[in-house]
Design a protein around this ligand. Structure first.
Ligand code: NAD
Ligand code: IPM
Ligand code: MN
Length: 367
């Protein structure tokens, strides 16, 4: 049998820096756990635009469709802010998600004990926090038509359309219920059924799917209240299922509960391929962080934890994923910190590669 294949797309800014660290982790698993991957690397975002004039070359798109999993760093940055909308770096990422049909975006927010003090919320509110946001990723206002900027009555009008079919809502809901079944069997669905028809349909469809998962306790919440509840009492949640835009915002919000955006991984999953594995892309929740690019300050943990999710969801290596997560937990418990995990702006902590050094040492100790 051939080795599982991985396409690495570091992208822009700190995406390149954190992905270099993930490659070291992949090499560790090759050398010490005899897990070999066929790794290839390509361009996405601004890096692809610089070379090809588009944020994702068709050949890269084709490769992404063929591999067992894609790992993506981050895209975007000020150098590309004034580009035409159609070739902005973010379009490359959105094309990958859409054409691979990665409809279920899993964004776990777990607070490591060692960081409970560091969260912007009180320690008792976040200690032991473990929630999973399932964000619908291929539809909604991100992709709905009509869209664009046009003239009307002598003024510019910007249009985006929130559009959901029941099939789109249902397949994401099934993914969320399946996850809830493996966790604490609690699912909270978030929309704005009070003001949006798509929200009314969302609530109806999720309620219908619930009939197949009677063991799961289902609740519905308006997304604005959900945002408030996430910072008031986050531990009330187990799995949250929400749409593309609300999920984008709520997951950044959940990120800060864990201490830093530099901690949050994600898995974007689609339908099973011929080999039974889901189409998949793994990426940190954070962006290219232009403010710290090139300074060795980026926290690589979100991206390394995204690789752990790949081990679990694409390669049936749950035990090795747990090994990697435990190594990260140990390093944090030992007090190793990148700058984003330190409150004193004058203390520098370890560098991006220093954090990986510590994680690799903890992995060695785990053997
Ligand atoms: P961002 O996530 O890049 O940064 C927000 C803040 O968090 C910054 O202060 C940054 O320094 C900090 N931060 C983020 N990741 C960090 C890490 N690993 N370690 C330490 N600190 C970290 O969001 P932004 O500034 O709003 O966006 C910058 C660019 O990234 C934009 O072009 C945006 O479109 C893009 N973006 C891309 C993705 C993605 O590729 N998935 C996600 C979000 C934003
Ligand atoms: C994310 C990002 C993306 C999104 C952007 C960069 C397209 O914010 O992955 O959270 O809005 O989905
Ligand atoms: Mn986002």
């Amino acid at each position: 049998m051939s080795n599982p294949s991985l396409l690495i797309l570091p992208g822009d800014g700190i995406g390149q820096e954190v992905m270099a660290e993930v490659r070291r982790v992949i090499e560790w698993f090759g050398a010490k756990r005899d897990m070999q991957f066929d790794v290839s690397e390509d361009l996405v975002g601004g890096a692809a635009y610089d070379k090809h004039g588009v944020p994702l070359h068709d050949d890269t798109m084709a490769k992404a469709q063929e591999v067992d999993a894609v790992l993506l760093g981050a895209v975007g940055g000020p150098a590309y802010d004034d580009l035409d909308f159609s070739v902005k770096p973010e379009r490359g990422l959105l094309r990958l998600r859409k054409e691979m049909d990665l409809f279920a975006n899993l964004r776990p927010a777990q607070c490591f004990d060692a960081l409970a003090d560091f969260s912007s919320l009180k320690k008792e509110l976040v200690a032991g926090l473990d929630i999973m946001i399932v964000r619908e990723l291929t539809s909604g206002v991100y992709f709905g038509e009509p869209r664009g900027i046009h003239m009307e009555d002598n003024m510019r009008v910007g249009v985006n359309t929130q559009r959901y079919t029941e099939v789109e809502i249902e397949r994401g809901a099934r993914a969320a219920f399946e996850l809830a079944m493996k966790r604490d069997k609690k699912l909270c669905s978030m929309e704005k059924a009070n003001v949006m028809e798509s929200g009314i349909l969302w609530r109806d469809v999720v309620t219908e799917v619930h009939a197949d998962y009677p063991e799961v306790e289902l609740s519905h919440m308006y997304a604005d209240n959900g945002a408030m509840q996430l910072v008031r009492a986050p531990k009330q949640f187990d799995v949250i299922y929400t749409d593309n835009l609300f999920g984008d915002i709520l997951s950044d919000c959940a990120a800060m509960l864990t201490g830093s955006l530099g901690m949050l991984p994600s898995a974007s999953l689609g339908s099973p391929m011929e080999n039974g594995r889901p189409k998949a892309m793994y990426e940190p929740v954070h962006g290219s962080a232009p403010d710290i690019t090139g300074q060795g300050k980026a926290n690589p943990i979100a991206c390394i934890l995204s690789f752990a999710m790949a081990l679990r969801y694409s390669f049936d290596e749950g035990a090795e994923a747990t090994r990697l997560e435990a190594a990260i937990e140990k390093v944090l418990a030992d007090g190793v910190r990148t700058g984003d995990l330190l409150s004193d702006e004058n203390s520098t902590g370890v560098s991006t590669s220093g954090m990986t050094d510590a994680i690799l040492a903890a992995l060695d100790e785990s053997l």
